[in-house]
Structure formats: structure tokens, C-alpha cells
Design a binder for this molecule. Structure first.
Ligand SMILES: Nc1ncnc2c1ncn2[C@@H]1O[C@H](COP(=O)(O)OP(=O)(O)O)[C@@H](O)[C@H]1O
Ligand SMILES: [Mg+2]
Length: 368
């Protein structure tokens, strides 16, 4: 599903950027602040409906503009073009269009344009709170298991209602038990799907990581959010009195986590930033591989490739991405950091970014 055309209007310093990317490798070079990350941010917006740099939409809409617009032409698996677009207004309103029709939700974009981002913030997946890793798992499950989103939404709704009841207080365990049936049924579904997904993902992750760095010994452990010896029913039942005391649901899939361990402890405490970046890249590439095997190509965004990576690891990462045969957008400040040989059969396009203007350039050439 490569992007065959991209139109970006009023995203940060990009007043109007239009280009036809390669369906394989795209390299964008330019000075700091020229707008490279903003191009990736625009593609990310078109997939997730949100930026990876800020939760505040006003920050990425160009100053003094009322809205920003990202439009793309996708090639679907049958080679047919599919136009998709997203407009975000300063007042918060969001409009999504797919083939000219207004879409109900940004989720429809994610289905059509799965995007994986590898950037200098990658380590946050290891360092951040469990919710970041739950989001990572759930993104994968969402693409992997068509029933997941429905179960997830139902479970979230049941959980919110239960927490509202608990917060208000004065609820007896027996009354609460009546509310819990749906929570348990859907919660088990969500948990089962996550567990199956992590099991499936793990060998891919280990394989990719061994290619990126054979010495790194890292394992993945899925924590479901409660004692693994118990069913959710058992955990919810035995936790009811405590939930009433606390005023919220303290156990269940909302506490799930993906624990990334190295031989001597949590990966985040023992690995260097560069090694953390490799681990996170391996996680994201593994997710991508699983999708590709399901016949669902995706787009990889690699922002600031040289950050934390030496030449050897940069090359390994790029080789690996190239071998997946998906569409890649790589940004970097200097040509020397992306100057390695791609396969003759790989279509590599070089672009240079100057003050928000993108132009196609010959290999390695960068305007000053
Ligand atoms: N809302 C905005 N409107 C206009 N310009 C912006 C806005 N937000 C950031 N900028 C500017 O846009 C540029 C964004 O650069 P960025 O994409 O981060 O560059 P690079 O990744 O090439 O270093 C910066 O020069 C920044 O000052
Ligand atoms: Mg940048």
C-alpha cells in the first residue's frame, strides 16, 4: 500500500509540499529545522490522526493558518489508487476522507495506511509507563485480529462505568458483581488476543534483533495485568472488596505490560541508548514483518537515522528495512550518514529539504 503521491499543506513550516515518493526507499536530507521531521509527522498524522511530537494539534498547524491538510494517493494491493485525506482545524475539528467519502473515524485511516515510526524518542517505549507498551501491543493486535477493536471498545466502556460506580462509593460487592459479567467476558477476549499476539511476535522480534545486534540478549514477557495463575473472573472476584476501598478497578487488562528484559534486569536500566534504539527498532520491525506476512504492506518512518546509531548499525537497520520490501522514509542531516549501497533493484529517491521546500535531488547531493 505505498504512498504514490503526497500533498502536505500548512503542517509546521511546510506551506505546501507535493511529491511523488518511491514505493521503496526515500531519503530526505536537510539542515536542522528545515522541515524533515514535519514530512514524517504529516504521514504519521494521516495514519494515526495525531502527531508523534505533540498531543496538541495547534502546535503542528502552521502559524496563522486555520487548518492543515494532508492528502495522499495510496496504491492498494490490486494497484488501484485510493485517495485519502485528513484535515485538522485549529478549533480541533478533524475531517477524514477516503475515496472522496467522509469517514467515520481515523481508525479507517490506520487500517489503510499502517505506519511504523523509528525516531530518536524510540527509547520511550522502554522507559515510558506501561500504557505506552500497551498501545504498542494493541496497535499490533488491532491489525492482526479483526475482532479486537470491538472487544476492546466494549471492555473500555464497561471498565469506565465500573470505575464511575466505584468512585461514587456506596456500592455493595453483590451489586458490583452484576456489573462485572460483561467486564470479565470482554476483558478475557482482549487479554486472549494480546497474549496470542505477543506469542506470535516474540520469535520475529528475536530474529530481527539478532540481525541488528547478535550480542544483545533480550527477552519479552507479557504481563496480563493480574496473577497469571488466575482467570480474570477469579482476579475480579477476589479484588472486589479492595476495589471498593480504593474507588477504582485495580486489577485486569488495564494493567497489562510488555516487559523487556536483558540478562541483568530491565532493558531500560541496563542497555545504552543506542542498544535501546536497536531493541525498539526490532520490536517495530517485527510488528511490520507480521503485517507484511499477512499481505498488508506498511510504511516505515525513520526520523534522524544517525541519532544514537553508529555506521555499522545504521547500515544493518537499513538493510533489514530494505529486505522487507516496504516503503521507507528516512531523514538525516548529512549525506554521509545515508551513504551506503542499496541493492540495484531498489528504487531509491533522494530529496533535499530547504526551509520547508522539498526537491528531488541526485544521489548524495545536498543544496547548501
Ligand atoms: N506551527 C508551526 N508553524 C510554522 N512553523 C513551525 C511550526 N512549528 C514548528 N515550526 C518550524 O518548522 C520547522 C520544523 O522543522 P522540523 O520538521 O523539526 O525540521 P528538521 O526535522 O528538518 O530539523 C522549524 O524550523 C520550526 O521552527
Ligand atoms: Mg528533525
Amino acid at each position: 500500500m505505498p504512498l504514490v503521491r503526497l500533498d502536505i499543506s500548512h503542517v509546521r513550516n511546510l506551506a505546501s509540499v507535493r511529491f511523488e515518493p518511491s514505493s521503496q526507499v526515500n531519503i530526505i536530507l536537510g539542515e536542522n529545522g528545515s522541515g524533515k521531521t514535519s514530512v514524517l509527522e504529516a504521514i504519521h498524522l494521516l495514519s494515526f490522526g495525531r502527531s508523534f511530537r505533540s498531543h496538541k494539534h495547534k502546535t503542528y498547524i502552521q502559524h496563522e493558518q486555520d487548518s492543515c491538510l494532508v492528502f495522499a494517493q495510496l496504491h492498494n494491493e490490486h494497484g488501484r489508487p485510493t485517495p485519502i485525506g485528513l484535515q485538522r482545524h485549529r478549533d480541533g475539528q478533524i475531517e477524514v476522507r477516503i475515496q472522496g467519502e467522509r469517514a467515520q473515524s481515523v481508525i479507517e485511516l490506520a487500517e489503510r495506511l499502517p505506519v511504523q515510526l523509528i525516531n530518536p524518542d524510540a527509547f520511550r517505549l522502554l522507559e515510558g509507563s506501561p500504557s505506552v507498551r500497551r498501545q504498542f501491543i494493541d496497535w499490533g493486535v488491532f491489525h492482526f485480529d479483526v475482532g479486537f477493536i470491538r472487544a476492546w471498545r466494549g471492555w473500555q466502556k464497561a471498565l469506565k462505568q465500573r470505575n464511575t460506580l466505584l468512585r461514587r462509593g456506596k456500592i455493595s460487592p453483590s451489586l458490583l458483581a452484576a456489573f462485572d459479567q460483561e467486564l470479565i467476558r470482554l476483558g478475557e477476549q482482549v487479554n486472549g488476543a494480546r497474549k496470542a499476539y505477543v506469542e506470535r511476535l516474540t520469535p520475529y522480534f528475536l530474529q530481527v534483533l539478532s540481525v541488528l545486534n547478535a550480542e544483545l540478549a533480550v527477552s519479552l514477557q507479557f504481563y496480563q495485568g493480574w496473577d497469571s495463575q488466575k482467570t480474570l473472573q477469579m482476579a475480579v472476584e477476589s479484588g472486589r472488596e479492595r476495589d471498593i476501598e480504593l474507588g477504582y478497578t485495580h486489577t485486569g487488562p488495564q494493567r497489562a505490560d510488555l516487559r523487556v528484559k536483558s540478562a541483568s534486569g530491565d532493558a531500560v536500566d541496563t542497555l545504552s541508548r543506542g542498544q535501546q534504539k536497536l531493541v525498539v527498532s526490532a520490536l517495530k520491525i517485527a510488528q511490520g514483518q507480521l503485517l507484511i506476512e499477512m499481505g498488508r504492506p506498511l510504511v516505515f518512518l525513520v526520523d534522524d537515522l544517525p541519532a544514537e546509531l553508529d555506521a555499522n548499525h545504521r547500515q544493518k537497520l537499513c538493510r533489514l528495512l530494505e529486505s522487507l520490501n516496504s516503503q521507507i522514509f528516512i531523514t538525516s542531516v548529512g549525506p554521509d550518514t545515508t551513504d551506503f549501497t542499496w541493492a540495484d533493484t531498489t528504487d531509491v529517491r533522494h530529496f533535499s529539504m530547504n526551509n520547508g521546500e522539498l526537491s528531488l535531488s541526485s544521489k548524495g547531493f545536498q543544496e547548501s
